[in-house]
Design a binder for this molecule. Structure first.
Ligand code: ADP
Ligand code: MG
Length: 572
């Protein structure tokens, strides 16, 4: 066996660098954060060859004094903290003093920097971590760092990189995240000499809206509320802009971009039932709290944070999100292709088809017609407009007219919402009313189903199911939830047992049972409805707390505006 030796400095540096400098995007992140820490107002990021050939970050921040330049590349050399207690309330991005030495260990670096009062700039040239030259140089105040030939001496790193296109996208994401958290700073991103992004100084809302994707500020739902002793601010995209993954989610804690699963889940919880399973909301959330209530030093690249009271943070963010969503009008507006005379019109019906199906956007329900529009009343915004039923379409949709709008209501989704809320109310009041069956029903079960039923007799009875066991494999069903009606009690009961079989405990079981019951009992597509039952459905839907989606997150109602009709008929 070989004896223990202290590693060569250059070897040790390269190993340590691996923690901080994982890929080109991590270099960009560290350099941009240094510029922000230096109070820059304008930051330019230039990247060539996906960041492996060159990364150049130019800022107009405070600069480094000539005497401090060599120190900047020493490990654990930082101007941002001095004592370990400072970590408790660190406000800057940096504090570990690791980024510059780590980057310098695995690339060629040229630093040019000048403080505002210095007569000239200082330029330092480094290769593989050692200073090869340092001297005076002509440059304006601020700092420019150039990182060339990244990973030239750690070929193993290169093997773990993704495709150049993907690495470049990660660089752009790092810049966008910094830009989101710093609307007061102007950013320019150049990729291979081409301008890929330019963000002028702006108000927070418009900067975030710009970065969250299509649609402006008006398309986002703002949120704001207290978290711990601080504040959560955020912008939520409407449910219909959800994605099949979490790519559109941006979370910041004290302006630090973090991958906090806790905060993402809290926001997602706020969207509960507004999105179908497997869809994820798009949002930006900025949490500002006392630095002492959050630990930022639990991850080498500072991508994670830990709150002193995670449960409280989760609850507060989920509630603020929920309130913001519930206070905003969420009826979807049907938007069809727009025709311009001579253009698509000339193409006729074929042109119409070529434009693809209509898309849905959110429709702001204006309050102008209401009595006191200046009074903020979430329940008023959330209310359905007054609807006049016109009839049924395709035995699936109810057609109705409201102020300047044509409405289509999915009869099944709407009724599901109505029944679900009724069950919820009944549960809160102690139990769901049951209705005895004229003829009790004997149901044969498998041993597994039998076990489920006997261990959930209390839950079933809370939900209005009257069940008695009768022999080893048989139960007698004597009553059903009163709202269930007489349709196929056997099926309904089996659905209920299916809901019991899914994972979960306590309240979750009741919730699943409510959903199964409402889903099975609701009017279905294909059911013919009388004018009376149509009217009743609309009245009942209007009485729900959350009339715009069913519990699966599908819309219950969409609107077609007068403007849209006029466009379709080429009236305007
Ligand atoms: P940290 O940011 O953790 O302090 P770094 O290695 O990233 O460590 O930077 C070391 C020091 O170099 C910083 O503390 C700061 O004083 C200085 N520095 C780095 N980049 C800049 C910059 N763009 N403008 C001014 N000073 C900088
Ligand atoms: Mg730093």
């Amino acid at each position: 066996m070989t004896s223990i030796r202290v590693l060569d400095r250059s070897v040790a540096e390269r190993i340590a660098a691996g923690e901080v400098v994982e890929r080109p995007a991590s270099v960009v992140k560290e350099l941009v954060e240094n510029s922000l820490d230096a109070g820059a107002r304008t930051i330019t990021i230039e990247v060539e060859g996906a960041g492996l050939r060159l990364i150049r970050v130019i800022d107009d921040g405070a600069g480094i004094s000539a005497g401090d330049v060599p120190l900047a590349f020493e490990r654990f050399a930082t101007s941002k903290i001095t004592r370990v207690e400072d970590l408790e309330r660190v406000q800057s991005y940096g504090f570990r003093g690791e980024a510059l030495p780590s980057i310098a260990a695995v690339a060629h670096v040229i630093l040019t920097t000048r403080t505002p009062d210095a007569a000239h700039a200082t330029r330092a040239v480094l290769a593989g971590g050692t200073v090869e030259g340092i001297g005076a140089h002509g440059a304006p105040p601020g700092t420019t760092i150039e990182v060339a030939r990244l990973f030239f001496n750690t070929p193993a790193r290169l093997k773990f990189l993704k495709s150049p296109a993907r690495e470049q996208a990660l660089v752009a994401e790092a810049v966008q995240r910094a830009a989101m958290a710093h609307p007061d700073v102007a950013f320019t991103l150049r990729l291979d000499g081409r301008e890929a992004g330019r963000w002028a100084r702006a108000a927070a809302a418009s900067r975030v809206a710009d970065l969250l994707g299509p649609g402006g500020v008006d398309d986002l739902i703002g949120l704001r509320g207290p978290v711990l002793a601080g504040t959560a601010t955020g912008w939520l995209a409407r449910p219909e802009r959800s994605r099949p993954n979490r790519i559109g989610q941006h979370v910041f804690v004290n302006r630090r971009p973090v991958q906090s699963g806790l905060l993402r889940r809290a926001v997602e919880q706020g969207y509960a039932q507004l999105l179908p399973v497997g869809r994820f909301p798009v949002f930006a959330l900025l949490v500002e709290v006392d630095p002492a209530s959050v630990d930022v030093n639990i991850h080498p690249r500072k991508l994670e944070v830990r709150f002193k009271d995670e449960g409280q943070v989760f609850g507060a963010v989920a509630r603020i999100t929920r309130e913001a969503l519930l206070a905003s009008p969420l009826v979807r507006l049907a938007v069809g292709p727009v025709f311009t005379p001579g253009g698509a019109v000339a193409a006729g019906v074929a042109g119409l088809r070529a434009q693809g199906p209509a898309t849905f956007e959110s429709m702001p329900l204006t309050l102008e017609a209401r009595e006191a529009p200046q009074v903020y009343d979430p329940s008023a915004v959330r209310a359905l407009p007054v609807l006049k039923p016109l009839g049924q379409l395709l035995t699936t949709y109810v057609v109705a007219e409201g102020a300047d709008m044509l409405y289509l209501i999915d009869q099944h989704a709407a009724h599901e919402r109505v029944l679900y809320e009724r069950l919820l109310t009944a549960r809160r009041k102690g139990g769901v009313t049951s209705q005895g069956l004229a003829v009790p029903l004997t149901v044969d079960l498998t041993p597994a189903q039998m076990a489920l039923v006997s261990s959930h007799l209390d839950v079933l009875s809370t939900m209005g199911y009257g069940v008695e066991s009768f022999g080893a494999r048989t139960v007698v069903l004597r009553a059903l939830p009163a709202l269930a009606g007489a349709r196929a009690p056997d099926d309904l009961f089996r659905r209920a047992i299916g809901a019991l079989a899914e994972e979960g405990e306590g309240d979750d079981t009741l919730e699943r049972l409510s959903i199964a019951t409402a889903c099975h009992t609701a009017i279905r597509a294909g059911d013919r409805l009388s004018p009376d039952s149509i009217a009743a459905l609309l009245v009942d839907l209007a009485a729900t707390d959350d009339p715009f989606t069913c519990f699966h997150g599908r819309p219950t109602i969409i609107a077609i505006g007068r403007n849209q009709l006029e466009r379709w008929f080429l009236r305007g």
